[in-house]
Ligand binder design. Structure first.
Ligand SMILES: CC(C)(COP(=O)(O)OP(=O)(O)OC[C@H]1O[C@@H](n2cnc3c(N)ncnc32)[C@H](O)[C@@H]1OP(=O)(O)O)[C@@H](O)C(=O)NCCC(=O)NCCS
Length: 136
């Protein structure tokens, strides 16, 4: 059973992060140094552990007052569908409750998940990016 401990004060090891990202097929795993620095330097980082094992994480970048963007949220495939993503997102949303703008880019299957977390399509906007990965 996956009963996860959620933390906003955790410390990450490179190997466990790469394992988590690799298991989900995320291209950021190909840039370990940048990925670890990005997560550690985020405005917030939420982690989920089961028996010490990293099984999920989500990060936030923010101006600290008005706007927060949630770049990454992922749960190990072995533990998806058991409420862990919801707990990670809830921990971050609790911290940024009341912010004028909470944003993210939802892709494919995750759209339904984020709808459940209270997100909706942002008016008539269109998500735009310059992306160096090949996983979208
Ligand atoms: C998307 C993701 C983070 C969700 O985490 P999770 O732990 O699997 O989801 P949870 O079990 O916490 O689900 C929470 C709720 O969302 C629902 N849900 C989960 N995935 C869903 C989906 N694809 N579509 C619709 N609803 C979904 C669950 O049924 C649950 O509903 P409930 O609260 O009514 O029971 C996870 O599946 C994941 O890491 N996927 C791969 C990476 C990814 O796509 N990340 C998003 C970046 S765009």
């Amino acid at each position: 059973m996956c009963e996860a401990v959620i933390s906003l004060e955790d410390r990450l090891e490179t190997e466990e992060v790469i394992e988590l990202y690799g298991a989900n097929g995320w291209s950021a795993a190909e840039k370990p140094a940048e990925l670890l620095a990005a997560l550690r330097d985020s405005h917030s980082l939420a982690t989920a552990r089961i028996g010490g094992r990293l099984v999920g994480l989500g990060n936030a970048i923010s101006d600290g007052h008005l706007v927060v963007y949630y770049p990454h949220l992922l749960v190990h495939p072995e533990c998806q569908g058991r409420g862990i993503g919801k707990k990670l997102m809830a921990a971050l949303q609790e911290k940024y409750r009341g912010f004028h703008q909470q944003m993210l880019t939802a892709d494919g299957q995750a759209i339904g998940f984020y709808r459940k977390m209270g997100f909706e399509r942002a008016g008539k906007t269109e998500p735009m990016w310059i992306y160096a990965g090949r996983d979208h």
